[in-house]
Design a protein around this ligand. Structure first.
Ligand SMILES: Cc1cc2nc3c(=O)[nH]c(=O)nc-3n(C[C@H](O)[C@H](O)[C@H](O)COP(=O)(O)OP(=O)(O)OC[C@H]3O[C@@H](n4cnc5c(N)ncnc54)[C@H](O)[C@@H]3O)c2cc1C
Length: 319
């Protein structure tokens, strides 16, 4: 029996399991979808503390994650790179509060895209999620952690498997943890061949109805996106895909005619606030770590380290 069972093999579960294993704690991950089939694998994914609460904790967790991802960007085969680019708005607005964390600078007017009136240029981690999740699995297995395919109907069922359970079930926590405060906000992306784009772009117009962003990876560019609250359908919608490509091409004309490689769909676990809490059930300890909305990658290391702090002391660790 493992000392700690983590439910979920998305970025929250895998990062938490890596942190536990590297702290010398015997850990097992059980998941009903393997890493490549999770919402995390579908993400874009930029470091971006996007509309998530509670603000003070999100600031801390996102800074901790920024430091970890920045360090990983210099290691081989992690899928993490530091990428320069811009956040731009079609209406005048203030720099996001986290702009100072990444030393964002205002764009001179001649650098703005057509139709945009203000913007900020900065460098931040851009993560190729399928590669990054593979890196996390390898890192987990190197420290003795294991990954198994298994579905749980209840958290009590999981507490029969280990004295400590960490619930990283993303949007499905709505059912597993019986928590109506978390809901899926469906997101769709289109991945196209990279015509030579080397900087990221994100439309940050306050109140914009559509999401428009362009995240270039080595061979491919991730184009976003959609946000559909309460929609759990994982099938790609071809009309939405065409509209994403149209919006992104209007901003970045070099995308015209780029070959579509794949479409990705994921369910952002949006909640009134991230749930990082613990509860005692009989003799067991249950720690929740879900509800990261559109920023689960951005918060992953900060949240995972906090879970370790809560678990340490409850279970023994090996040196
Ligand atoms: C289109 C899109 C773009 C995004 N872009 C970004 C971005 O640029 N930056 C960023 O920081 N974030 C981004 N996000 C948000 C980010 O992807 C999520 O916040 C993050 O993936 C949530 O990770 P998670 O591990 O909590 O959940 P998930 O990745 O959903 O993983 C949940 C895991 O729990 C398992 N599970 C659930 N229920 C059970 C059960 N009953 N039994 C067993 N296993 C179970 C699942 O199988 C899965 O392995 C984006 C999301 C989408 C959809």
């Amino acid at each position: 029996m493992a000392s700690v069972l983590v439910i979920g093999a998305g970025v929250s579960g895998l990062t938490t399991a890596v942190c536990l294993a590297e702290a010398g704690i015997d850990v097992r991950v059980d998941t009903d979808r393997l890493p490549g089939a999770t919402t995390s694998a579908a993400a874009g994914a930029m470091w971006d503390p996007f509309l998530v609460e509670p603000r003070d904790l999100v600031d801390r967790w996102s800074r901790q994650t920024l430091a970890e991802l920045t360090a990983l960007s210099t290691a081989p085969d992690t899928g993490v790179r530091l990428m320069e680019g811009t956040h731009e708005s079609r209406v005048p607005c203030e720099m996001p509060t986290w702009g100072s964390v990444v030393a964002a600078l205002p764009c001179p007017p001649q650098d703005l895209r057509d139709g945009y009136v203000t913007g900020w240029r900065y460098r931040a981690p851009l993560v190729d999620m399928p590669r990054y999740l593979n890196h996390l699995v390898r890192r987990l297995e190197r420290t003795g952690g294991t990954l198994h395919h298994r579905h749980y109907d209840t958290l009590d069922e999981a507490l029969h498997e280990a004295p400590v359970v960490v619930n990283c079930s993303g949007a499905e926590a709505r059912f597993l943890a019986d928590d109506p405060a978390v809901d899926a906000v469906r997101g769709q992306l289109v991945v196209v061949e990279n015509p030579g784009i080397g900087t990221f772009f994100c439309d940050d117009t306050p109140g914009a109805r559509e999401l428009t962003y362009i995240y270039p990876h080595a061979e491919a560019v991730v184009l976003g996106g959609t946000a559909e609250p309460g929609t759990w359908d994982l099938r790609p919608d071809d009309d939405a895909a065409r509209e994403i490509v149209r919006r992104c091409t209007a901003v970045e004309p070099s995308l015209a005619g780029a070959r579509v490689i794949e479409q990705r769909v994921g369910l952002r676990p949006v909640r009134t606030g991230v749930r990082l809490t613990e509860e005692r059930r009989d003799d067991g300890l249950l720690v929740h770590n879900y509800g990261h909305g559109g920023a689960g990658v951005t918060l992953s290391w900060g949240c995972a380290r906090e879970v370790v702090d809560r678990v340490r002391g409850t279970v023994g660790s090996t040196p």
